[in-house]
Design a protein around this ligand. Structure first.
Ligand code: PMP
Ligand code: GLN
Length: 384
């Protein structure tokens, strides 16, 4: 393994899912729903397979039906206009979109600012691109993880190429506010930075939280690559269909990298996702309501079990602080949790460069059936 990748080892998600399987524990570690997405979308995939739509290499940028549906979605939801032919790219999940964007836009030696804790593939992809990651730490303040705007500003140097943003944010569940995003946008314009913004949890927001795409802010449309994923929005994480929307120049750059990573993305699923993108508002309302109830079930149960809970405003993850339970090492806690309680969770420290800043935090996923969450909560309540 080369030096760029040596520090990364096996992803925590594979490690923890294997631990869950080995110990027969409830897996609240890796974030994937235990209930598949809508029946009619699955049927659309079967139809596409049967009718021979996409069984051979689809077009590199993605099938036109899907690119048009993505452009329509961005217009209808956010008032953002993208030309399906020149400004939309279909990728093999958001994971490939992140990799292709960084490989296309980062020169060796460039600095990439990422919000810490960050999704684990960010660090690996920055490294594969030969860049240097510069973490800006989100910190808990009055029950919410906040972005310190002075710290963000101070992180920019003449070598900074881009900011890698994520809202709603995994693993903290923070949804960046209008004030925070305005500051990011102003900084990007002032210092002439690109932004790659991972908005895969755009539809998973709760209470009165609102997802605001960075590309809607002044000066941002043409310096932003926005990333979405059917895995999150329609609960088909195994299909690996994601996308980017960006200016023609940025889209062409990302496509240059994508064509040599996977060439094209899986064909029949693209037709099915095109149909999913046309689901009525009631689908999204139902998804949100269902997940919000599960958020509350898990958050309340964790609080009763003694954890300090950062009740998320978005995503399907809840971050907790284990110190009230007399522990302060999330790694050790997560390694012993299967044996102690039959539950698997993720130590947030893996998402930090400043590992000590993340040490006492542990993430639980709530995209699971209510009876599964209830059982997990009952078990955690007996931790003692
Ligand atoms: N970004 C974030 C923040 C995520 O949580 C995930 C989910 N694993 C991804 C990207 C990857 O998405 P996909 O499954 O579409 O590759
Ligand atoms: N996004 C999910 C998580 O954060 C799954 C990640 C993965 O398996 N790569 O848990």
């Amino acid at each position: 393994l080369n030096r760029r990748l040596a520090e990364f080892g096996t992803t925590i998600f594979a490690e923890m899912s294997a631990l869950a399987a080995r110990t027969g524990s409830i897996n609240l570690g890796q974030g994937f729903p235990d209930t598949d997405g809508p029946e009619e979308v699955r049927e659309a995939a079967v139809r596409a397979l049967r009718d021979g739509h996409g069984n051979q290499y689809p077009p590199g940028p993605g099938v036109p039906e899907l690119r048009t549906a993505i452009a329509d979605h961005q217009r209808a939801r956010y008032g953002l206009e993208y030309d399906p032919d020149r400004e939309v790219l279909v990728t093999a999940g958001a994971t490939e979109a992140i990799a292709a964007a960084l490989l296309a836009l980062v020169e060796p030696g460039d600095e990439v600012i990422a919000l810490e804790p960050y999704y684990d593939s960010y660090a690996a992809c920055v490294a594969m691109a030969g860049g240097t990651r510069v973490p800006v730490t989100l910190r808990p303040h009055e029950g919410r993880y906040v972005l310190d705007l002075d710290e963000l500003r101070a992180a920019v140097t003449p070598r900074t190429r881009l900011i890698l943003l994520n809202t709603p944010h995994n693993p903290t569940g923070t949804v960046l506010t209008r004030a925070e995003l305005t500051a990011v946008a102003e900084l990007a314009v002032e210092r002439d930075l690109l932004v790659v913004t991972d908005e895969v949890y755009e539809h998973l927001v709760f209470d009165d939280a609102e997802h605001l795409p960075l590309a809607t802010f002044p000066g941002m449309r043409d310096r932003t690559v926005t990333i979405g994923s059917a895995g999150k929005t329609y609960s088909f994480t195994g299909w690996k269909v994601g996308w980017t929307t960006a200016s023609p120049e940025l889209t062409a750059a990302v496509r240059s990298a994508k064509q040599f990573l996977t060439y094209v993305s899986s064909g029949p699923f693209q037709y099915a996702v095109a149909e999913a993108l046309r689901l009525p508002d009631s689908y999204y309302d139902g998804l949100r309501a269902d997940l919000q109830a599960k958020r509350d079930l898990l958050s309340d149960g964790l609080a009763r079990a003694g954890f300090t809970v950062y009740r998320p405003r978005g995503t399907y993850f809840v971050t907790t602080d284990i110190r009230p339970l007399g522990a302060d090492d999330g790694f050790a806690f997560c390694r012993s949790l299967p044996e102690r309680a039959g539950v698997v969770a993720i130590p947030n420290a893996v998402f930090y460069d400043h590992r000590e800043a993340g040490a006492p935090f542990v993430r639980f996923a709530f995209c699971k059936r209510a009876d599964v969450l209830q059982e997990a909560v009952d078990r955690l309540g007996r931790l003692g």
